[in-house]
Design a protein around this ligand. Sequence first.
Ligand SMILES: Cc1cc2nc3c(=O)[nH]c(=O)nc-3n(C[C@H](O)[C@H](O)[C@H](O)COP(=O)(O)OP(=O)(O)OC[C@H]3O[C@@H](n4cnc5c(N)ncnc54)[C@H](O)[C@@H]3O)c2cc1C
Length: 492
Amino acid sequence: MKRACVIGAGFGGLALAIRLQSSGIATTLVEARDKPGGRAYFWEREGFTFDAGPTVITDPAALRELWALSGRDMAEDIELMPVAPFYRLNWPDGYHFDYSNDLGALQREIARLAPDDLAGYAEFLEYAGAVYQEGYVRLGHVAFQDFSSMVRAAPALIKHQAWRSVYSMVSSFVKHEKLREAFSFHTLLVGGNPLTTSAIYALIHKLEVEGGVWWAKGGTNRLVAAMVKQFERLGGEIRLHDPVLHIHLLGDRATEVEALSGWRERFDAVASNADLVHTFRDLLAGTPRGHDMARKLARKRFSPSVFVVHFGVEGTWPGIPHHTILFGPRYKGLLEDIFDHGVLPQDFSIYLHHPTVTDRSLAPRGKSTFYALIPVAHLGKLPIDWDQVGPLIEQRVLDEVGRRLIPDIHDRIVTKFHYAPRDFALDLNAWQGSAFGLEPILTQSAWFRPHNRDDKIRNLYLVGAGTHPGAGIPGVVGSAKATARLMLEDLR
Ligand SMILES: Cc1cc2nc3c(=O)[nH]c(=O)nc-3n(C[C@H](O)[C@H](O)[C@H](O)COP(=O)(O)OP(=O)(O)OC[C@H]3O[C@@H](n4cnc5c(N)ncnc54)[C@H](O)[C@@H]3O)c2cc1C
């Protein structure tokens, strides 16, 4: 029986491990932290459950496949609950817009704001559908290993004007600024600037329209636990709390994996779900390939980080939807500050997560769980001491949520803590504390992204946000499909 090691139990690592084990490859998953999930870690405090990262589950069919491979049904292990509306978008002038895949309701929302944009929205939806077919359905889970694969994709990229940004493309369809923001902000969910990320990412709109927005009952951490259950049920082995220190090579092949505990084993193939710079700089330290790739990667553009305030409050808030975006006074200027100038702005846009409105199990009776997230520049652009700044930003974020939604928020808080860019760097080995890895710009996408199989070390593979197609749960689950196909072909 062939043996594979997957380093890192993020969504990408877990999905790959399930695919390999389902195909009869004896797979060991080695995770540095005490819990699996990576960015989807979680904490339990004073009866509240706080999911650390992903909260918006899209394309559930891609997840169901991980069970269907072995003839099982995902529903045996985890229940997905529909979320409605998908998001409430709220601006400082008090206006709000509910966004969902109920086309009638969405059209009414558009008509309420800008009736002249209804026709433009229909055209945008058509465009989003076309790029979704090309960029997600056709190419979202296929590895780009050689340049010819890029050449084959080129006609579609030209046809869909992939060099334009999502914001520019949306603006060509709708005129009202609020609608331009409403249909372009999604790239932020995968670490992309709407002003510079390729228009191909308009596919996220269609992905949501097509597959819906879901919540995993009990929290995203329960979905992670369900994936671990499925992997172990298939006979896979998971080692937690044991950071990998080194991938040993013999010539152009990875032979052994060694971890902090002293555990060291031989494998036929090794895949890394860990941060890419960490993989090449640290796990392949002392090798020419490790050195060259780490240097090359460090010069690339990385996505920003995020600052997240987790808080549990007294009371329930049926009027605050599950997902709210509280836009700040500036859209373009704020994005430029975060992505380009690397300054900590005075104003911010907040993504507010309120899971207890869908699922009461995340808080004690009569209480509610929230997180408020703001994108901030990564540590390479904004090298500040987050231990000092963190409490001040936490206060300002809570003040803003208080001003706009929960007036007596400070009196109601039962427990709170924050998670800053430095935590991403320390807990996840994330380069520059980036929350999403390599920025999803056209020149760092598809073939231009690090390949799912390394070009030099023949049995070393990459999976997760740093490789094709990129960040987000559907992205990394798609990367696992692309990587698994390569591994299975090679191992056979
Ligand atoms: C706050 C936040 C909110 C988000 N919201 C959403 C959302 O709503 N919907 C969505 O689809 N996406 C969302 N995303 C993006 C999504 O969470 C990520 O893109 C995705 O989870 C990354 O998965 P991954 O497979 O790349 O691995 P990661 O989650 O990055 O996991 C990598 C794993 O490797 C481990 N590791 C690192 N070094 C070592 C080592 N030396 N040895 C062993 N293990 C190691 C790490 O501990 C980690 O567990 C969000 C991200 C963040 C940060």
